[in-house]
Write a protein that binds this ligand. Structure first.
Ligand code: SAH
Length: 576
């Protein structure tokens, strides 16, 4: 719940706007602020206080306890100009809240935590829990001191400016970020990042208490020296889906409870099958089989690879208490491939989601000129694998191989990465052993259309005139079909020094079905410093103005030029 506190009429208006924007998520505190702020601080996870920062500091100071548990606090000034992340920037979510408040109120977010200011991955803001000397290691990273990254196997974490160990001859006693689900003996200046690698399988007799399940789970993890923070789920058989002791234990551990049908569990080979669960629920193993299945064991091709990733491993085989059994399986890391469209060039046409994925990655793969476009957004420590024009296959293969090795990879492309670009060669290589995330980008046809007017108001196609990978007959057939079916056409890759007859040929085919006065838009370098847009006609187009950084959009028989802009009517009966 987000507590909203205000002292003035302007503040109350701000509260109302946030309450309307976020229904069900806010609670507004009325009355004297000195009292309401305290109540909000005790009762809410986050606070937005419409009050000067100084006044807020004085009122909250006596209530502060611990940054891990205190709510995140954002203050907003009287004119709603700034939303200041005052307390709990990471753990309390105040940095994100300041952004969200600003999006609603039109204020500017003010974020002062050091790691955000220098675009470092905050160790307490990683997608996995971090334990240990977070402050000391963050300091070392910020100061540029050597820090080791011990991560074998690799998990798809954002980049850190740390040196991979043991592939470096640095002193192993240096400050370290250690990605592991094992509880290692305490080490000075070490942060343990807990990957989401463990699943605990649980079997139980009816009526088992949560205390017994929890005792067995925690005792088992302790004896095996495994970190509770790496446990992502309890797993059991469908018949135990509402067994109170298991349900409550999952809630107490703050993990998901996943359940499987008995026949699916029965198919999983396990070291310790037994007759009792077979009689009771129809599978010779609950704890071991459910742990393995939840950790990604493929029932289709048991005991091996399933052709994709390595199978999970049983790290603790079945252990029992009076009424419960548990076993622990370890999931193999799955790498992450984000296929990210950067838009046509201008920074403000790069989507926030694309920016987030670039900052989520530890490896960026792309054409050198695109990497240059976004290099400033990458986190320190990001590995950049750039290559020149023409190395498409190799780039696609590299991106997939890096993801398969467990990394978080961003494969970048201009416009939309799926339009005449890297997404298809990459996904044609990828098996289902990696996670794939696509981020759409503003493709050249759309960037150009916005400059030309409204040329794409009715049905339209894109045709690439590059016959490098496509026989010209195929291209010509498609242009002819577009001509006959009166589609608006945008030509990508229209003309280069060595490829100059294709565009005139394509335009001639269109001209067989359209008048010489049909509007044509030529857009060079949309949204880039040398941008040029021109509306002309089929008859008047000078093809020598067209190069490889240009798209050409040809209207249909209804497209008109209105006040110098290209307009294709919405429909045949729409505005007759
Ligand atoms: N994935 C890209 C297209 C790659 S094909 C996208 O979605 O936009 C390369 C062709 O795209 C170029 O030959 C040119 O025709 C077009 N193009 C790319 N960026 C452009 C821009 N900023 N302005 C005009 N055309 C562009």
């Amino acid at each position: 719940m987000i507590g909203l506190v205000a002292a003035t009429a302007a503040g109350r208006r701000g509260c109302e706007r946030l309450a309307t924007a976020w229904p069900g998520r806010t609670r507004t505190y009325e009355g004297p602020v000195s009292r309401s702020i305290g109540a909000a601080f005790r009762e809410c996870d986050q606070l937005v206080v419409f009050l000067a920062t100084g006044a807020t500091v004085r009122l909250l100071a006596p209530l502060l306890a611990d940054k891990a548990t205190d709510p995140g606090v954002v203050t907003v000034d009287e004119a709603h100009r700034h939303a200041v992340a005052l307390l709990g920037g990471h753990a309390g979510g105040a940095n994100d809240l300041a952004e969200a408040v600003s999006a609603e109120l039109g204020s500017a977010p003010v974020v002062t935590t050091a790691t955000d200011a220098v675009a470092l991955s905050a160790l307490d803001g990683l997608p996995c829990p971090a334990e240990g000397a977070v402050a000391a290691v963050t300091r070392a990273l910020l100061d540029g001191d050597p820090v080791l990254l011990r991560a074998a196997p690799a998990w798809p974490l954002p980049a850190l400016p740390a040196r991979p160990w043991p592939d470096t001859d640095e002193d192993p006693g240096l400050p370290a970020v250690w990605v592991t689900d094992r509880v290692e003996p305490p080490r000075e200046a070490t942060v343990f990042v807990r990957p989401p690698s463990l699943v605990v399988g649980v079997g139980a007799s009816s009526g088992v208490t949560a205390g017994e399940v929890l005792g067995l789970v925690r005792g088992t993890l302790r004896d095996a020296r495994l970190a509770e923070a790496s446990v992502t789920a309890l797993a059991t058989v469908d018949a135990k889906a509402s067994e109170a002791g298991i349900v409550e234990a999952a809630a107490e551990l703050d993990v998901e409870l996943v359940t499987f049908a008995a026949p699916d569990l029965a198919r999983i080979p396990v070291p310790n099958p037994s007759a009792a669960p077979l009689r009771a629920v129809g599978t010779p193993s609950v704890a071991e089989a459910a742990a393995l299945l939840a950790a990604g064991h493929s029932a289709a091709a048991p005991a091996q690879d399933a052709g994709t990733g390595p199978a999970p491993e049983l790290v603790v085989s079945k252990r029992k208490s009076a009424m419960a059994t548990v076993a622990v399986a370890r999931r193999r890391p799955r790498g992450r491939l984000a296929v990210v469209g950067l838009g046509p060039g201008a920074r403000d046409l790069l989507t926030p989601r694309a920016t987030a994925e670039l900052r989520r990655a530890s490896v960026v793969v792309g054409l050198d000129q695109y990497v240059t476009q976004i290099r400033d957004l990458l986190r320190p420590g990001t590995r950049v694998l750039e290559s020149g024009l023409g190395a498409e296959e190799e780039r696609a293969r590299t991106a997939v191989a890096e993801a398969r090795a467990g990394h978080a990879v961003a494969l970048i492309g201009s416009g939309d990465a799926g339009v005449y670009a890297m997404a298809s060669p990459a996904l044609a290589e990828a098996a289902d052993d990696i996670d794939v995330v696509g981020v759409p980008g503003v493709t050249a046809a759309l960037a150009a259309a916005a400059l030309l007017g409204a040329p794409l108001g009715h049905d339209h196609v894109s045709v690439s005139l590059s016959d490098l990978h496509t026989p010209w007959e195929v291209i010509e057939r498609r242009v002819r079909a577009a001509a006959e079916s009166d589609l608006v056409v945008t030509f990508y890759n229209p003309r280069s020094r060595g490829r100059d007859w294709q565009l005139p040929k394509a335009l001639a085919i269109l001209a067989e079905h359209r008048t010489p006065g049909t509007p044509v838009g030529v857009v060079h370098a949309a949204s880039r410093p040398d941008e040029r847009a021109e509306v002309t006609t089929l008859a008047a187009l000078d093809v020598t103005t067209v190069d490889m950084v240009t798209v050409v959009t040809v209207g249909n028989t209804a497209t008109r030029t209105v006040a110098g802009r290209m307009v294709t009517p919405r429909g045949y009966r729409w505005q007759a």
